[in-house]
Design a binder for this molecule. Structure first.
Ligand code: SF4
Length: 379
């Protein structure tokens, strides 16, 4: 078992390894093998935390049984998420697989740059990743004299348009890019953002599976699916706090809003966290567009992200937890308030509950005569 297959189970070679191992997924599931529990954790963490890393810490590909379990948990997780019968759940799962992979890529590249590779923890380099997604012909590095680590790359415009989105911010728009000979200049970090989308596309391929509920592997996984659905309904904010009091927002969200108000572009995880929070407190896309009117956030991007956050039943998946936001460097845990709540929305709800008749921002907008903007005229 190649430990890298377990670390990157969506790679072609990993899929081939599962096929060649002649492993019967129905038999594994029927036997309740450890990979089944890890698959359930994978989906749960993806939907609730935005990551598929195990709860007890990042997966270390040391080979042996754990690597096999980790690898096999991936195809089972794909079946589990298909059985949830929710398109947003599938998208969120794929996004979490991609975000986790991107973090692992970064760690691998860093180890590679620092010559820290070891036999027990094999790593891959950027060329391997670009080759995996057939981007090796579409991306070339800009050589820097005296350094072997390029900071910028040239990316074919076709690949750029497929793997990036103008909704990520104005700087991603092609008109604002250095474009020459059909190539777009990107930083190393921007290239990784694009690669993350390539991973997401790969994970989404073939999902959701069409499975007859109550039969075969679907029947065997019924209790795991029921557990996940229960967890999601517990964590889904069907009845949002539905009052908008910016003074009571958690510091992480206030920091993000202030950053955007200074005209600084938010990174994709930052804008996702903010949109998830504002959606989670019951704001409509029109209200969020009006609320963010004087910031670097664009109406088009806001609508795209808030659409993604709502499922077809009108409820939302919860915003990232403090733990996830801390991993992204978004949380600074001011005055140790992480012990008050596990996520910014719960923190806000507690503050609203404790507040004495707080004034809703929407009422002040209506009083100011800006109601029309909230009703969809902001953009
Ligand atoms: S502890 Fe939680 S609520 Fe507070 S800043 Fe960090 S992420 Fe936000």
């Amino acid at each position: 078992m190649d430990p890298l297959h377990a670390k990157y189970p969506f790679f072609e070679a990993a899929r081939d390894a599962v096929a060649e191992a002649s492993v019967s997924l129905p038999e594994l599931v029927a036997a309740d093998a450890p990979a089944v529990e890890r698959a359930r954790e994978r989906v749960e963490r993806a939907l609730l935390e935005g990551t598929v890393e195990p709860e007890d810490g990042p997966f270390e590909p040391s080979g042996g049984t754990d690597a096999r379990m980790e690898l096999l948990s991936y195809p089972i997780a794909r079946i589990l998420v298909s059985l949830l019968d929710s398109a947003p759940a599938v998208r969120k799962y794929a996004a979490a697989e991609a975000a986790t992979a991107a973090e692992r890529f970064r760690a691998d590249f860093e180890a590679d740059d620092d010559d820290l590779q070891s036999v027990s923890t094999p790593t891959i380099d950027l060329d391997d990743v670009l080759g995996e997604f057939e981007l090796d012909g579409a991306v070339r590095s800009e050589p820097i004299r005296g350094s072997r680590d390029p900071t910028h790359y040239r990316m074919g415009v076709g690949a750029y348009l497929r793997l990036t989105s103008p909704s990520w911010g104005v700087s991603w728009r092609l008109v604002n890019r250095e474009l020459a000979d059909g190539e777009v200049r990107v930083t190393r970090e921007e290239l990784l953002d694009a690669v993350e989308v390539a991973v997401e596309e790969r994970v989404l391929e073939g999902l959701p599976f069409e499975l007859e509920s109550g039969e075969g592997i679907a029947a065997e996984l019924e209790s795991g699916v029921a557990d996940l659905k229960r967890l999601l309904s517990e964590r889904t904010y069907a009845g949002p706090v539905d009052v908008v009091v910016p003074d009571l927002f958690a510091p992480c969200m206030t920091n993000l809003i202030e950053k955007a108000e200074r005209g600084v572009e938010l990174s994709p995880p930052e804008s996702f966290a903010l949109m998830a929070f504002l959606t989670g407190i019951g704001m409509s896309p029109d209200e969020i567009v009006a609320f963010c009117a004087d910031t670097s956030l664009e109406a088009e991007g806001i609508r795209y992200q808030t659409e993604y956050l709502r499922d077809d039943r009108g409820t939302q998946y919860p915003p990232p937890t403090c733990e996830t936001l801390s991993n992204y460097g978004i949380c600074h845990n001011e005055e140790d308030h992480m012990r008050i709540a596990a996520d910014p929305l719960s923190y806000y709800e507690k503050r609203v509950e404790a507040a004495d008749d707080p004034t809703d921002w929407r009422e002040t907008q209506a009083a100011d005569g800006t109601e029309g903007a909230i009703d969809g005229e902001a953009d």
